[in-house]
Unconditional design. Structure first.
Length: 805
């Protein structure tokens, strides 16, 4: 249905407006028009000209004023995003003018989905200056219902600290009987041992959840918008009085009612502003640290959240598959084969010195107190729940952990991680623009913390960790790493030395670690076979699943490489993996913080290193850039001076790259000559000359050989006796197009060579001679230019390299 500017309501058929076959109902096939969609007017270049947004009201006063097209030759079209598209090739929408004649314009059209919802349609009695009427109508429609988000939550604050441990203890005692466990072979790696530890962990988890379901059952909670805490009951009462005054004014339309409404509206606005400012001031004043300060700012909406969910751009399944592919850089570890090979290697090297020791309930209590995470892992048990039930858990968890160490088995259920995806950028374009946050079960972190404490204690006592590693170590930080570096540089300056520094940033370093190599390095620091079996079990058969916004998880994907993200033991394992870096750095110092590595060298001279670096840069430029300039030079030799200048600037950039220290305003030509490079023009001439010699000597392709005139075949052509007789002959052409042909250009270059050429010798014989001749022309050109423009012939840094005769 279309509404046109006319003294009365008009319905125009589709065939009349869009020049389409009319089906009889005058309707276009289109998606529903939503009031929250964005409507754009686009020109031919597809550049947005203007944007209109609909407001959320029960009656939408749609007054659309689109851009007028004044010239019939200018193509303009209106595209309604996600709703309507133009379906005709006509350059304009044709509508009736007030005088009944047709005119081409993009104005005076209103498109609606349901004509029955159009109310109070009005058109201005007289057109405006641009001969267009003002259209006004009310379009009544139902507001689209907003999607509510809901999830299952527990009210942990309602759990009684006095009764909950008793309930957990009763539940665990009913489920677990350690004395009834079957005999366990502590040496074998049968799956029965894995089943025993998995069953025990499942019973502990079920016992905690059973008591938790009674104390704080799962309830479906609808997430609602946060209320404004500064709006008190008194303010809400005053706001209702303001709204009542407004409705009273609409009924009476009296001046006194309007004055009362304005007075109440002014009072409410002032009180709301005062209450909001007071609330914000009090919250900011109560912040005790910068973290609390910014948390308060984000909570009240002043500062935006640094991260957002990327689930609007990618599905959770897509992200899960991507994260799994990143953490599958190497094949899965073969536990049996690796264990057998490591056992035989340990027997040859002697007795290992590290093995896991039993832990006590007190050790479990201390480790549990260090868990500060507020999130839940895949088992649905948070650290706060474990702390509430801690008196009943210490003994049972100690038994589970000791059994895990004795069996060399890490519980399977604790290898599953739920991943929350966050966006690195506001609008991620690929899954690589997202950051996975892995959430592991809290009980697994307690076990990892105990294993970490024993391993780090052993490494420190044996002085096995690299002293230059400042990550994941007590009393070490980024500050200590930077202090070590800066003090080393200052000491070198004191000794009149310079420092060369190279920084490395390893991409996906934590996610691409090969498990077999990691186990080998754990063996090299002294781990015995049983502890290595535990680490193999800890690393293998891990799975991840991405969490939806409602809390549900995707299908899990397996990972075969890397250390578990979000784990307690993972950073220490990475430190062990890179611990032997110092063994390959024999001539330099290094400082490491996690995967950030800096290698430095202190020396008294840089000449040798600068020359080596310059050689490498020259090789890179010669191999990667200059071949593009030398590709088919005979074809584009006829470029203009401006185009040749652009090509020369590419070569100049290579020269600056090789030297790295040419002043910005300095001429590049002497530096290019010092490198022994021809200019781009001379490079083309050299390759054209060599190509012509190959064609003349070989006789093919015949299409290119025939136009050449050899002087040996034309004795009647006389040349000057005072110069060397050239190989080929050429004469002036009538047009510039033929003057730039390959035959004429090659003949001109060969005739200008100051030495005799015979076709009996291959073209490579004359390559050096041609290069020296063209290089001397470049040097003479630079010498002449320096004389005429009063430029420095040889820069001071090239005095011992570049010479002129």
């Amino acid at each position: 249905m279309f509404l046109a500017a006319a003294p009365r309501f008009q319905r125009l058929p589709v065939s009349q407006i869009f020049e389409l076959p009319d089906a009889g109902d005058g309707r276009l096939s289109a998606s529903p028009i939503l009031p929250i969609e964005s409507y754009k007017l686009l020109k031919k270049s597809a550049a947005p000209l203007q944007r209109r947004h609909r407001t959320r009201r029960f009656q939408y006063q749609c007054s659309e004023s689109l851009r007028q097209t004044r010239h019939l030759s200018e193509k303009a079209h209106c595209t309604i995003q996600l709703a309507l598209t133009q379906q005709c090739t006509h350059t304009h929408h044709v509508t009736y003018s007030t005088d009944g004649s047709l005119h081409a314009t993009c104005i005076d059209l209103a498109i609606v989905k349901q004509p029955d919802l159009v109310k109070d349609f009005k058109v201005s009695p007289a057109p405006f200056a641009a001969r267009h009427h003002f259209i006004h109508f009310n379009y009544c429609m139902r507001l689209p219902t907003s999607e509510t988000s809901s999830r299952y939550t527990r009210s942990i604050s309602k759990i009684s600290p006095s009764t909950f441990p008793t309930a957990v203890a009763s539940s665990l005692n009913n489920k677990i009987d350690m004395e009834s466990l079957p005999h366990i072979d502590l040496i074998s790696t049968d799956t029965d041992n894995c089943a025993v530890i998995d069953r025990l962990v499942a019973e502990v988890t079920d016992g905690i959840l059973e008591a938790l379901d009674v104390a704080a059952p799962l309830r479906l909670t609808t997430l609602r918008a946060k209320v404004k805490p500064w709006v008190t009951q008194e303010l809400r009462k005053l706001m209702r009085s303001r709204d009542d005054a407004y409705r009273s004014y609409l009924r009476s339309l009296s001046a006194s009612a309007l004055a009362r409404y304005k007075q109440l509206r002014r009072s409410v606005k002032n009180l709301l502003d005062t209450a909001k400012n007071t609330y914000i001031s009090n919250k900011l004043a109560s912040a005790s640290s910068p973290a609390d300060y910014w948390r308060t700012m984000r909570g009240i909406g002043i500062a935006s959240h640094s991260t957002s969910l990327p689930l609007k751009f990618f599905t959770p399944d897509q992200l899960c598959r991507y994260y799994a592919s990143v953490s599958s850089a190497s094949p899965a570890i073969n536990a049996d084969a690796v264990t057998a090979s490591l056992a035989s290697a340990s027997d040859q090297l002697g007795a290992a010195t590290f093995g896991f020791q039993h832990v006590t309930p007190l050790d479990v209590e201390l480790a549990l107190k260090k868990c500060r995470s507020s999130s839940c892992g895949s088992d649905g048990i948070s650290a706060s729940v474990l702390r509430l039930a801690s008196p009943a858990l210490y003994g049972h968890l100690a038994e589970v952990f000791n059994l895990s160490f004795d069996l060399g088995v890490f519980p399977t259920v604790w290898k599953s991680a739920s991943v929350v995806a966050l966006a690195k950028v506001p609008s991620p374009a690929s899954p690589s623009d997202t950051r996975p946050i892995s959430l592991l079960p809290e009980m697994s972190k307690v076990l990892e913390r105990l294993a970490h404490a024993q391993l780090i204690d052993y490494l420190n006592r044996q002085n096995l960790l690299d002293t230059s590693q400042h990550g994941f170590k007590a009393a070490h930080s980024t500050q200590t790493a930077l202090l070590e570096l800066t003090d080393a540089v200052r000491s070198a300056i004191e000794k009149k030395k310079v420092t060369l520094l190279v920084s490395f940033d390893f991409s996906k370093a934590f996610d691409t670690i090969d498990h077999s190599l990691l186990i080998e390095k754990l063996r090299s620091v002294g781990c015995n076979t049983l502890s290595l079996r535990w680490f193999i079990s800890y690393l293998s058969d891990r799975r991840i699943a991405v969490r939806h916004e409602n809390g549900s998880l995707t299908a899990s994907c397996s990972t075969t490489s890397g250390i578990p993200q979000g784990s307690v033991l993972g950073p220490l394992l990475f430190a062990v993996f890179v611990n032997d870096l110092h063994t390959v750095l024999q001539h330099s110092n290094h400082i490491v913080y996690a995967d950030d590595t800096q290698i430095s060298l202190h020396t008294t001279t840089l000449i040798a290193y600068c020359n080596s670096l310059q050689t490498v840069r020259k090789t890179l430029a010669t191999a990667l850039v200059l071949p593009h300039l030398d590709y088919a030079p005979a074809v584009y030799d006829s470029v203009t001076q401006e185009q040749n200048l652009r090509l020369q600037r590419v070569q100049n950039a290579c020269v600056r790259f090789v030297y790295g220290s040419i002043p910005r305003t300095a001429h590049v030509t002497p530096y290019r000559l010092a490198l022994g490079w021809l200019s781009v023009r001379r490079r083309r001439e050299m390759r054209i000359a060599l190509l012509a010699l190959e064609i003349l000597r070989g006789g093919s392709p015949s299409q290119l050989r025939t136009p050449f005139k050899l002087l040996a075949d034309h004795p009647e052509i006389r040349t000057s006796p005072r110069r060397i007789r050239p190989l080929v002959y050429y004469n002036a052409k009538r047009t510039g197009a033929l003057t730039k042909s390959f035959t004429h250009t090659a003949s001109r270059i060969l005739s200008a060579l100051p030495f005799e050429i015979t076709l009996a010798n291959p073209a490579s014989t004359y390559k050096k001679l041609i290069f020296n001749h063209l290089f001397s022309l470049d040097k003479n050109y630079w010498k002449t230019r320096c004389t005429t423009e009063n430029l420095t012939l040889i820069p001071p840094s090239l005095t011992n390299i570049l010479t002129f005769t």
